[in-house]
Design a protein around this ligand. Structure first.
Ligand SMILES: C[S@@+](CC[C@H](N)C(=O)[O-])C[C@H]1O[C@@H](n2cnc3c(N)ncnc32)[C@H](O)[C@@H]1O
Ligand SMILES: [Zn+2]
Length: 327
């Protein structure tokens, strides 16, 4: 597919060229065998999946889930071309509904799960999707833009000031959440905020000038927050991980790559909770809590990308990879 050009003439990423993050580490920790059933819950451009498919071979089965039809189309073509011998089944949907998706796939269990969270490079780079604070585009930010669900413009123009503050504070960890929310409400009273450019301006105006000069792009945290709200990213993550652990076969592994602390905290807590046995006080004669560990945490500390990878692919800088094994 031809490269898209933005208004400054810079060449954007061609459709679904997305460099897989921590590929070596993922393959090593999943430790796949011929014949395994693998579920990639965030298929994207199939960057990880083509390699996993090669490892499980003709007797294996690769399931690929994505809610973005553009990603599925690109991944399907790539898998047919680069891993034609491995059976694969692609499923359109949200990994928050993993139970239904896996029932559709009619598999008894899964040997390995991968979650590579967030959005892919092409999703950020295509201005029409409204994810980027570098391009002026309609405020959308839905990963699945085929469904008639709440988009970013509706969040920005209809949420109360208190709700906007909560979203910016909890999902963006934005110190100036209240000031930014006030500025959004003030501006939208005159005219609706319809584009990413208008949102960037409102966010900038809400942050004190001195604070605007450090810590990266001033709208980064707010855009992250709105995106999480629009796509319910944290709720679906928790649901998806819980379901994945249930579907994992004994000895099977789950690997999660997250890109910000809110996601990483959810993964870390869930792995810890599910790996804990009895939590009764030691002086109780018998267990009353009934907790039985179902996971073993493989990575006590999250794995991070090598300096070389970060140099080559800046997206890898914030990546944290956690791995657990089903008991
Ligand atoms: C970081 S990209 C994955 C890239 C892929 N690992 C690769 O190397 O090509 C994340 C993908 O997951 C999808 N995604 C994010 N959250 C999702 C969810 N809750 N349900 C289904 N797909 C999701 C996005 O649409 C995106 O295509
Ligand atoms: Zn107990």
């Amino acid at each position: 597919m031809a490269d898209a050009q933005n208004t400054e003439g810079r060449t954007l990423t061609p459709a679904f060229v997305h460099e897989p993050v921590m590929l070596g580490e993922v393959l090593q920790s999943l430790d796949l065998a011929c014949g395994d059933v693998v579920c990639d819950c965030t298929l994207g451009g199939a960057g990880h999946s083509v390699k996993m498919a090669a490892q499980i071979g003709a007797d294996g089965l690769l399931l690929g889930i994505d809610q973005d039809p553009m990603a599925l189309a690109a991944a399907s073509e790539r898998l047919d071309r680069e891993a034609p011998e491995t059976p694969h089944r692609l499923l359109k949907g949200n990994f928050g509904n993993l139970d239904e998706l896996l029932c559709q796939a009619e598999v008894p269990g899964v040997d390995a799960f991968l979650f590579d969270l967030g959005i892919s490079s092409p999703q950020v780079d295509i201005p029409g999707r409204g994810f980027s604070y570098h391009e002026d585009a309609p405020l959308d930010m839905r990963m699945n833009d085929e469904e008639d669900t709440l988009n970013a413009a509706e969040v920005i123009n209809t949420y109360t000031e208190a709700d906007l503050t909560r979203v910016l504070r909890t999902y963006g960890e934005e110190k100036y959440a209240a000031r930014i929310a006030r500025e959004i409400v003030r501006r939208r009273a005159k005219e609706p905020i319809a584009t990413t450019g208008q949102l960037v301006e409102a966010v900038k105006a809400g942050i004190p000038a001195a604070a605007r000069r450090h810590g990266g792009h001033p709208a980064k945290r707010s855009f992250q927050a709105i995106r999480i709200e629009v796509n319910h990213e944290l709720e679906v993550l928790e649901r998806g991980l819980e379901a994945a652990v249930r579907w994992l076969n004994p000895g099977g592994r789950i690997c999660v790559i997250s890109y910000h602390s809110l996601e990483d905290r959810i993964v870390k807590r869930l792995f810890q909770d599910l790996s804990r046995g009895c939590t009764c006080p030691p002086d109780l004669p018998a267990c009353v809590c009934g907790h039985v560990p179902v996971l073993k945490v493989v990575t006590k500390k999250p794995l991070t990308a090598s300096a070389e990878e970060v140099e080559r692919n800046p997206r890898a800088r914030s990546a944290k990879t956690r791995v657990a094994e089903k008991l």
